[in-house]
Design a protein around this ligand. Structure first.
Ligand SMILES: *[C@@H]1O[C@H](CO)[C@@H](O)[C@H](O)[C@H]1NC(C)=O
Ligand SMILES: *[C@@H]1O[C@H](CO)[C@@H](O)[C@H](O)[C@H]1NC(C)=O
Ligand SMILES: *[C@@H]1O[C@H](CO)[C@@H](O)[C@H](O)[C@H]1NC(C)=O
Length: 373
């Protein structure tokens, strides 16, 4: 029943709000250049269309595709029986109804993850079958009260279910749908004997995603796992950048003082280019905000990354006032209201980004220049 509901929901949404132009039928290319099947800049549906539907659910990913996303972006964590599932965190209380399940009350515990003490319920303490008895809920209901009306509508999705969805919609949409998985908390999962990297590579290869032209990026905030992945697969890799003063957690653990800020210098980016195809910086690396929370001057980040041979896909673009520069917020200033998101997107397109992660993929898909792919 739920499956039927979300298909109807997504279809209704797409019909109401419009679809991007129909792709032209084209003859099958032999070995296409990476991303040549997509318009530019790339639109990555961040956790699906998480601005409209609870994140990381099949409904959210399906809607992202209908709204014109080129890629859908699942964050990946692991279950106790080594299944890859899509959740923003291995801690389950913000994104699911686990706290309403008395049968799991005793699983609540505290542990240190990436140096932070975290209390809650963790995916690694549950089998997939147990997690399938939970339901997804909206992570930020105060800002997205509409989404919260869908609390309980969706299960936790496995990575395989997401791959199956993408392959299914590729047929009905007659276009390529890319996968943009993020490996979460790599060091933590390795430490507890549930390393994610080989499992992610295996499932992608098994599903036919091979080589640098496959519509796949694998992302991580850590470094060593990306270097290992480079030895395990030719699929493209993306280095994520957290705030400048922070260090990737694998670096912290090995006593290195390497910060994301140092990795974002021209020398740092050249080093990243030895193992990654692209970089995913917080958008403030590209256009920082000024003291009035308006967009400031663009930095040289995009030019420096391009000079190092890296594509640039910043995160996260969100339409609500709460996340927008003051100058683009709607006049009511209500944090939940939608401001002039187009203006922010356009500023980053003008800054030369090659793609971006958005919770509302329809707006960037409409903002980019039409193309006939
Ligand atoms: C990758 O393979 C190369 C060549 O075999 C090796 O020198 C390097 O240490 C490997 N790197 C990782 C991170 O496993
Ligand atoms: C980081 O450590 C290296 C030596 O390992 C040192 O040369 C460098 O100055 C340090 N950088 C910072 C910002 O502390
Ligand atoms: C939003 O911003 C764009 C680009 O700056 C501008 O052309 C447009 O008029 C703005 N729309 C509204 C409703 O203010």
């Amino acid at each position: 029943m739920y499956r039927g509901l979300w298909i109807v929901f997504c279809y209704t949404w797409a019909v109401t709000y419009g679809l991007p132009a129909e792709p032209e039928p084209s003859s099958e290319p032999t070995t296409p250049a990476p991303d040549s099947e997509f318009c530019s800049p790339l639109i990555i549906g961040h956790r699906g269309a998480s601005g409209y539907v609870p994140e990381h659910t099949l409904g959210s990913y399906a809607l992202a595709v209908f709204l014109g996303a080129d890629y859908i972006e699942p964050d990946l964590v692991m279950t106790s029986d080594k299944q890859l599932i899509s959740r923003h965190e291995n801690e389950l209380s913000l994104g699911t109804d686990v706290s309403n399940h008395p049968e799991f009350a005793s699983r609540r515990r505290t542990q240190t993850i990436d140096g932070n003490e975290v209390t809650g319920w963790f995916t690694e303490d549950f089998t997939l079958a147990e997690l399938k008895t939970l339901r997804a809920v909206e992570r930020i209901p105060d800002i997205r009260p509409g989404n919260a009306r869908l609390d309980g509508a969706f299960q936790i999705a496995t990575f395989q279910e997401i791959i199956d969805l993408a392959k299914s919609l590729q047929v009905s949409q007659n276009r390529v749908i890319g996968l943009y998985p993020e490996i979460k908390h790599s060091t933590h999962f390795r430490t507890i004997g549930l390393p994610l990297e080989q499992a992610v590579v295996d499932i992608l290869h098994k599903n036919g995603y091979q080589g640098a032209s496959a519509p796949v990026y694998i992302q991580s905030f850590e470094i060593n796992n990306l270097k290992e992945l480079k030895n395990m697969t030719q699929l493209r890799l993306l280095q994520l950048f957290d705030s400048k003063s922070m260090s990737p957690y694998d670096q912290v653990q090995q006593g290195s003082n390497l910060t994301y800020g140092a990795m974002a210098t021209p020398e740092g980016l050249r080093e990243v280019a030895t193992y990654a195809y692209a970089v995913g910086p917080d958008k403030s690396y590209i256009i920082p905000r000024d003291e009035n929370n308006n967009l400031g001057e663009a930095t040289s980040f995009v030019a420096d990354a391009h000079a190092a041979g890296l594509k640039v896909h910043p995160y996260t673009f969100r339409a609500e006032n709460n996340f927008l520069p003051t100058e683009f917020q709607s006049v009511d200033r209500n944090p939940t209201s939608i401001g002039n998101f187009t203006a922010e997107i356009q500023a980053f397109f003008d800054a030369g980004v090659d793609g971006l992660f958005s919770d509302q993929p329809d707006i960037p898909a409409r903002t980019r220049s039409p193309c006939t792919k």
